[in-house]
Design a protein around this ligand. Structure first.
Ligand code: CP3
Length: 363
């Protein structure tokens, strides 16, 4: 049986995701718990990143940091974890190198390397620490705001697993998909199965909304996105609600954020998600026209505007809010990608306050 938690005192983001009219648009920020916050750096100390993810007490403390700092300005929490916990659960070693990012000592460079993956992944056991962190975070949130769970999309996860880390050229994964399309599809299908199980169990543990991050979508041509990314994005949205019900839970709103896939916006609006995340390469007006009320849109200020100071932030907020039609329906305010280190937390606060002012909220 799923645990029961305190009722929500702020369910704005869930109502906006369902397409209901709202008194003001909800706000949260991707990567809102992270290195730009001094309290994050302090809590993490010298610890290894993934050992922090595996410590439910610490992960829940970090998840709550932006909620405490920006009390009443922020409308959702996102569980502190990483998209790369799936490759780990599938049997791969992933390290987080200081100032360099993720590193896989044994990447999947050729089809024979697939033998290092487990044939069966016991998601409940392998990722139990995430479910524990979610349950603990729900208790600590005590209904203040909804908690978002997430996964990396299959294409993005495959890219990391094959490249062995971030990449500028994507040479290894492009070699793989164009040389071995059929093993590509079987690998993407295996990753998808783990994603579905992981998302469903996050909801059973207490996640109230889900987001799928396809951070490397923009590396594919429109044709290859339709071939290697979109079918698995759709499979996730089709299967997750079914799996949640099988497990005895209630489906929750789902968001797809396919960074760089501006060309696929129309298809993403038909991909089975209630919310479509936009990076900053979209003009809000045109995105609203394409979406035409089919989904709620999320985004999309360039996170680097936060480096530009208060005047730049105010101008961007005014322009973007106008583009989204004011936000009483169909808009969740966010950045167009994760917030970056070195942003002054006071400037992020200004972004929240200006959004509130411009979207006409009096509370
Ligand atoms: O606050 C939140 O949004 C929740 C936590 C979260 C993290 N990573 C924590 C993190 C979330 C949702 C992610 C998702 C994630 N992880 C993505 C998708 C979003 C995106 O940015 O496109 C990706 C591609 C990753 C993989 C990853 N993890 C990279 C490339 C890096 C290194 C780059 C960087 O920003 O540091 C990480 C590390 C990471 N994940 C950190 C945090 C707070 C910083 C590591 C540290 O503290 O040492």
């Amino acid at each position: 049986m799923a645990e029961t938690f305190e009722p929500l005192s702020n369910d704005l983001i869930l109502r906006a995701a369902r397409g209901e009219p709202v008194e003001r648009p909800p706000i949260w920020v991707m990567r809102q718990a992270g290195r730009y916050l001094p309290e994050y750096n302090q809590a993490k100390g010298g610890r290894d990143f993934f050992s922090v993810c595996r410590d439910p007490e610490l992960a829940s403390t970090i998840t709550l940091q932006p909620i405490l700092r920006y009390a009443n300005l922020i409308d959702a929490a996102i569980i502190f974890s990483d998209i790369l916990v799936i490759p780990q659960a599938m049997g791969m070693t992933v390290e987080m190198l200081e100032a360099k990012g993720p590193h896989f000592p044994n990447p999947l460079r050729k089809p024979e390397d697939l033998s290092q993956l487990k044939s069966e992944v016991d998601v409940r056991a392998e990722l139990a620490y995430v479910f524990d962190a979610i349950r603990l975070t729900r208790r600590k949130l005590a209904g203040r705001v909804p908690l978002i769970g997430f996964v990396g999309a299959p294409w993005t996860l495959m890219s990391y697993m094959v490249e062995g880390g971030g990449s500028k050229t994507f040479m290894f994964v492009k070699t793989w998909i164009f040389k071995h399309p059929s093993t590509t599809h079987s690998l993407l299908a295996r990753i998808t199965d783990v994603c579905v199980e992981f998302l469903a169990h996050q909801v059973l543990a207490g996640a109230q909304m889900l987001q799928v991050f396809d951070s490397w979508a923009g590396e594919l041509s429109p044709h290859d996105f339709r071939t290697f990314a979109l079918p698995y994005i759709r499979r996730i949205s089709a299967r997750v609600p079914v799996r949640i019900k099988e497990l005895g839970g209630e489906p929750v709103p789902m968001t797809i954020f396919a960074k760089g896939a501006w060309y696929a916006l129309d298809e993403l609006c038909e991909s089975g998600y209630q919310v479509v995340g936009l990076d900053w390469t979209h003009d809000p007006e045109s995105a609203v026209a394409v979406a035409n009320g089919r989904v709620t849109l999320q985004g999309n200020m360039d996170p680097n505007v936060l480096y530009g100071g208060r005047e730049a932030i105010t101008q961007a907020v005014e322009r973007i809010a106008k583009g989204f039609g004011g936000g009483r329906k169909g808009w969740i305010v966010n950045l167009g990608h994760g917030i970056t280190p070195f942003v002054d937390p006071e400037d992020l606060k200004w972004f929240f306050e200006e959004t509130r002012r411009v979207t006409g909220a009096s509370e």
